[in-house]
Write a protein that binds this ligand. Structure first.
Ligand SMILES: CC(C)(COP(=O)(O)OP(=O)(O)OC[C@H]1O[C@@H](n2cnc3c(N)ncnc32)[C@H](O)[C@@H]1OP(=O)(O)O)[C@@H](O)C(=O)NCCC(=O)NCCS
Length: 179
């Protein structure tokens, strides 16, 4: 089963969302309206919670997980993803906080305690080490992630457009008879 309860908590799914049948959502996972979750995504909200904001898309093979609370870290590291975010194919988002209108390039890894401000572009394959802050309006690439340059105007527009494209795509999938 795709959407599974853990310790009496089941994923909460908003209106007009698309959750692919091969994705797995466990426990304390909240998807706001118009979210799309594509094939083979694993979102495991067991030792902390996962929030996915409205109109965000999480593409194929991405893994979402969290870190438990502890004496030194009483809130642990939940995973919070803002609105109109594009998470590309096969990313790993672990215990980090993402703002709105962000593109996480395919294969990127974002670790515990990272904060990504609004309107950031993260290049494919980028690794963001724990507790870093990525500043609004910049492109980051590399391992470890470095600020590459300010975003161009067309890239800032694309951050929003990418979310719009995925809303259209998931609406088409929702209209398919077998979905
Ligand atoms: C980073 C990116 C936006 C290109 O930015 P750009 O400034 O136009 O990059 P350019 O192609 O002009 O390359 C500039 C330099 O950065 C390097 N570069 C490009 N993308 C890179 C990446 N992801 N990581 C590391 N270096 C990268 C190029 O090799 C080039 O290096 P050089 O100057 O030594 O030759 C693009 O490569 C990228 O990663 N897009 C993500 C796409 C994606 O994953 N979408 C989600 C799935 S739908």
């Amino acid at each position: 089963m795709t959407i599974r309860q853990y310790k009496n908590t089941s994923p909460k799914i908003g209106n007009d969302t698309y959750i692919d049948k091969s994705a797995v959502l466990v426990g304390d996972v909240t998807c706001a309206d118009d979210v799309s979750i594509w094939p083979l995504v694993a979102a495991r909200g067991d030792v902390n919670y996962i929030n996915i904001g409205a109109r965000t898309n999480v593409q194929d093979g991405t893994v979402l997980h969290v870190t438990r609370t502890s004496e030194n870290n009483p809130k642990g590291f939940p995973l919070i993803i803002g609105e109109d975010v594009t998470v590309g194919h096969k990313c790993m988002l672990h215990g980090c906080t993402l703002g709105d209108r962000i593109l996480v390039g395919m294969g990127a890894i974002i670790m515990d305690g990272v904060i990504v401000e609004d309107d950031v572009f993260i290049g494919g394959g980028t690794l963001v080490p724990p507790n870093k802050t990525l500043k609004s309006g910049y492109l980051y690439v590399g391992n470890p992630a470095k600020q590459a340059r300010p975003l161009k105007e067309e890239e800032i527009q694309f951050l929003k457009q990418s979310a719009v494209n995925y809303i259209k795509l998931k609406d088409e999938y929702l209209a398919e008879p077998n979905n």
